[in-house]
Design a protein. Structure first.
Length: 269
């Protein structure tokens, strides 16, 4: 199954971000991809955390969700909408939600980011809990590719990457990690964490990222990656700038690696 991890440098205007996402999704389809994954906050990286509140949508309705459904249907792609803001339990918060759309334009899975990022090194300060309400439930869904191979797709978002117990619970063949890692944390931890999750779960990891200097002054790490179950980097984007990391996932290789090293069967705890 050919897939694309899409790297973006999203800004403060929804229209511009959707136009960029549409252009990159079309490029993925033109290259023969079956699955395309957008990064976290693909639709907006605002000037303030509270800018998300103005774009929040109810599940199943809203401009961003319509855009994702129409793109999936028009391009014949499985599309993962990195994250978008959906309504939460009160007016001061949103859910940071990743949605999966089938090539028919149907939303087949919803994952609300469970682990919320907080960081303060004296120069940069982030606290997602000020505006985001955490999810509670791990989510995976099944996908059958054009060749007839069946894949278990595990969903996660960015900071989730630091919590390996979430990925164990997914029992997935492919782990999705749409992200907007800061430059500081990404430089130190992005690739080691991605490789660790691939090793632990003997799974493919598809990690599209925000990458570059954004209008709001934030700098993200980029380096979108696709890693195989033996931790071979199949595709990688440069540190900054939009584009695609395109790779082919091989169901037979996945099965062979898991047969040769049956670590998942050896779990005791």
């Amino acid at each position: 199954m050919k897939i694309a991890a899409i790297q973006m440098v999203s800004g403060t205007r929804l229209d511009d971000n959707l136009a960029a996402a549409g252009r990159l999704l079309a490029e993925a389809a033109a290259q023969g991809c079956e699955l395309a994954v957008l990064p976290e906050y693909f639709c907006l990286l605002g000037r303030a955390d509270t800018d998300k509140l103005a774009l929040r949508e109810r599940a199943g309705e809203g401009r961003i969700q319509v855009f994702l459904a129409e793109q999936a249907r028009a391009l014949g792609l499985w599309v993962i909408g990195g994250t978008l803001p959906l309504a939460a339990g009160d007016a001061e918060h949103v859910r940071n939600t990743s949605l999966a759309f089938s090539p028919r334009g149907e939303c087949v899975a919803r994952y609300d980011k469970i682990h919320l990022f907080r960081f303060d090194n004296g120069r940069e300060r982030y606290d997602e809990a000020r505006v985001i309400e955490p999810g509670l439930t791990p989510v995976a869904f099944d996908l059958t590719d054009r060749a007839g191979s069946r894949w278990r797709i595990g969903m996660s978002v960015c900071y989730d990457l630091r919590f390996p117990e979430l990925y164990r619970d997914l029992h997935a063949d492919v782990l999705l990690v749409p992200s907007a890692f800061t430059h500081v944390t990404g430089e130190a931890h992005w690739e080691p964490l991605l490789r660790a999750r691939a090793i632990e779960n003997l799974a493919y990891v598809v990690a599209p990222a925000q990458g570059g200097l954004h209008e709001n002054g934030r700098r993200t790490w980029g380096h979108s990656l696709v890693i195989d179950p033996w931790v071979v980097a199949l595709a990688e984007r440069a540190a900054e700038g939009e584009g695609l990391a395109v790779a082919t996932l091989d169901a037979e290789r996945l099965a062979r690696v898991r047969q040769q090293l049956p670590a998942l069967e050896h779990r005791v705890l």
